[in-house]
Design a protein around this ligand. Structure first.
Ligand SMILES: Cc1ncc(COP(=O)(O)O)c(C=O)c1O
Length: 365
């Protein structure tokens, strides 16, 4: 028995996503880069490497991790590079993608020896959440003025466009790609490669993989470009759980169970986007609010149904705990940091990392 709390990455479940990604790559000719902003737990990179083409990044630390731990093709992107990091970024990257024309110009000399691209903002997205909408009013994420972009075409060979957000609707993806073609068609014809970013939930159940792959292939052929995808969530969705233990139960008009983890510290994105966690099968006559152990009043994973009453010592397994979780975990309240464990395809489980008081202490000074 491994002490909770811990994140448990299940390779057999990860494999389901990897096989779908490999299928799309094969059928469409698109390359797939893991978006490290979503998932950077490198203990499973050896496993993922066979199914993906490399990584994409959003900072110097990520591009370095991608280069050193994943290998293969490494894309560098950042909302803005600083003078003190640009040389390091370039030394770890195969391509560098600038977020703005001014950054491209500022680092034109330093980046002259590496493949360069620019982020485009088509001003249309699938996000319903303002906070995560790259096409929100006054967005800083990418260039949109075709006349201005045309003037720097001699310096770049490709584009990155990220405007899908948790998009499980192929028809919407297809329509928005059509919008992109209408807006930027002339530029796309002059490009050698185009990354369509992440946010496409093509590894989910019932996603029309063949239609998706055909659309990517047709796009690639029409413009004569190498297409890239940057799946984050789609790479790791439903592969990982956060394993917790009930520490206390209370009744305050509702049944409450306090577990030895924290949504604030260990699954922060759920709080930010006001979503509840998932517990399966979520069936049975006993309903509980599963609460985290930080002092934040709203540190609540959600309300779920269980077949029996919960008592101290019971295990609660929080589903879908890979994406935007471990990359955002923090030491709020000094709560014990979940270990990281991996379940191999043959069912054996090993702990790959535990965190101690020293890690907490060293995260501050
Ligand atoms: C440029 C870029 N690429 C890829 C991703 C990964 O998106 P997702 O994890 O939704 O697939 C993001 C997410 O914000 C992004 O901004």
């Amino acid at each position: 028995m491994i002490d909770t709390p811990y994140y448990l990455i299940d390779k057999a479940k990860l494999l389901r996503n990897m096989e779908k990604i490999a299928y799309v790559r094969e059928k469409s000719g698109a390359k797939a880069l893991l978006a490290l902003k979503c998932f950077a737990t490198w203990c499973v990179f050896d496993f993922m490497r066979d199914y993906m083409d490399g990584t994409t990044s959003s900072s110097l630390n990520e591009v370095r991790l991608g280069h050193e731990r994943f290998g293969k093709e490494t894309h560098a992107y950042s909302v803005a590079y600083a003078d003190y990091e640009i040389d390091d970024v370039i030394s770890h990257a195969d391509k560098i993608i600038f977020n703005s024309i001014s950054q491209l110009e500022r680092f034109a000399d330093k980046s002259s020896g590496i493949v360069r691209g620019l982020r485009l903002n088509p001003m249309v997205s699938s996000s319903s959440f303002d906070l995560a909408d790259p096409a929100r009013p006054f967005s800083r994420l990418g260039e949109w003025d075709v006349d201005k972009i045309e003037k720097v075409m001699d310096r770049i060979s490709g584009f990155m466009i990220h405007n899908n957000c948790e998009n499980a609707d192929f028809a919407l993806f297809d329509r928005m790609l059509g919008d992109i073609e209408t807006k930027f068609g002339a530029l796309l014809h002059r490009a050698e490669w185009v990354s369509l970013g992440g946010g496409i939930h093509f590894t989910g159940d019932d996603y029309p993989l063949d239609l998706f792959a055909d659309r990517l292939k047709a796009f690639a052929e029409k413009y004569g470009v190498q297409v890239y995808l940057e799946p984050g969530e789609a790479s790791i969705t439903r592969s990982t759980t956060l394993e917790t233990t009930v520490l206390d139960t209370l009744f305050n008009g509702k049944n409450l169970a306090i577990v030895d983890a924290s949504i604030e510290a260990h699954m922060l994105d759920l709080l930010i986007y006001r979503e509840t966690a998932k517990v399966t099968p979520n069936e049975g006559p006993h309903s509980y609010m599963i609460c985290g152990k930080s002092c934040l009043a709203g540190d609540i994973f959600g309300e779920f149904n269980f077949p029996a009453e919960l008592k101290t010592g019971d295990r609660v397994s929080i589903q879908d705990a890979a994406g935007y979780t471990m990359v955002k975990k923090n030491w709020f309240n000094g709560v014990k940091m979940p270990a990281i464990a991996v379940k191999e395809v043959d069912g054996t489980v090993r702990v790959v990392r535990e965190f101690s008081y020293q890690d907490y202490e060293q995260s501050l000074s």
